[in-house]
Design a protein around this ligand. Structure first.
Ligand code: GDP
Length: 297
């Protein structure tokens, strides 16, 4: 993630910090290169523009250009603005899963990595927080997807709701809730059906499930490799079902990372986790400061 952006920015800032004095024009030139680097990383144009504008506002003042180490000051401003862009109003808080059993609704398009992420997150909650988790697949159209979740559950030692053929997604959600209450689970995760594209049927079903489950968290899983599309999908899902956080998958295969950079600024929704591989442990929290540090090396 972010390797190419990191390299590009590294070059720009090397030149900047080597210069002794900096004029407002030097800063402008450098920021133009920063903008190009962001766009090449697939950051959306309005976000890249806004970013450069706010850095420029802070970096061309006399206190920076006349300081002893102007280049380093500019780098520091970029660093702070990156954190602001990634974290919006504040840090992405921990999942709200007090008051057991807490429902977590997993939504997203088919193939985004939703089922894998459901299992990864269940494992994480079990291993790191000692939570008792129940997972349920609501994908009534794809028996294979239900089987997949059951297999993953066995693999990671997390219970799944037994499959009963012929139930609707809403019926499964109700049964999961009941089972979670009776079984003393801390969390129950509802892995909703995905479709290849956003359509009415999909959204109606997710809304109906949401209404019966009243989820504490609604996590949208999107394929990070799809760049700007991932951000658009997030905007649509948020409008239709309301999303509390985003999980970006396949970030192990994305050297550009633009989806991660634009997500918060465009949708206002925090990235909670990133998927970094197919293995059950390949899920990391997304912390703006660490990410900014990684980008700026
Ligand atoms: P779903 O249709 O949204 O439930 O998608 P799946 O969970 O079945 O995932 C589709 C494919 O993507 C599977 O082969 C997963 O192993 C793979 N996958 C999921 N997350 C990641 C990730 O973070 N990195 C990589 N490299 N592959 C992933």
């Amino acid at each position: 993630m972010f390797e190419s952006l990191s390299e590009r920015l590294g070059g720009v800032f090397d030149r900047l910090t080597k210069q002794g004095a900096l004029s407002a024009d030097d800063v402008k030139t450098a920021l133009r290169e920063v903008r190009t680097a962001l766009l090449e990383a697939d950051v959306s144009l309005p976000v890249a523009r806004q970013f450069v504008k706010s850095v420029e506002g802070k970096a061309t003042g006399a206190s920076v250009t006349k300081s002893v180490t102007p280049g380093q000051q500019v780098v520091k401003i970029v660093h702070d603005e990156l954190i602001a862009m990634l974290s919006g109003d504040g840090p992405a808080d921990a999942l709200k899963i007090d008051n057991p059993p807490a429902p977590i609704l997993m939504v997203g398009l088919q193939g985004s990595g939703k089922t894998t992420t459901t299992a990864k997150l269940a494992k994480r909650l079990k291993d790191r927080e000692g939570k008792r988790v129940l997972m349920a697949s609501l994908d009534t159209n794809r028996p294979a997807a239900m089987e997949q979740l059951a297999i993953l559950g066995t693999q990671i030692g997390v219970d799944t709701l037994p499959i009963i053929k012929g139930e609707t997604a809403v019926q499964i959600a109700k049964r999961a809730k009941q089972q979670a209450m009776l079984g003393g689970y801390d969390v129950y995760m509802l892995d909703t059906a995905g479709r290849l594209h956003i359509d009415e049927v999909l959204m109606d079903e997710v809304q109906a499930v949401r209404d019966v489950a009243n989820p504490r968290e609604t996590l949208l899983v999107v394929d990070g490799l799809t760049g700007q599309d991932a951000v658009n999908v997030a905007t649509e899902f948020d409008e239709k079902v309301g999303v509390s956080g985003v999980v970006l998958t396949r970030m192990d295969g994305d050297g550009r990372g633009g989806a991660a950079l634009s997500m918060r600024a465009v949708t206002g929704k925090p990235i909670r986790f990133v998927g970094l591989g197919e293995k059950m442990d390949a899920l990391e929290t997304f912390e703006a400061e660490r990410v900014a540090g990684r980008i700026l090396g």
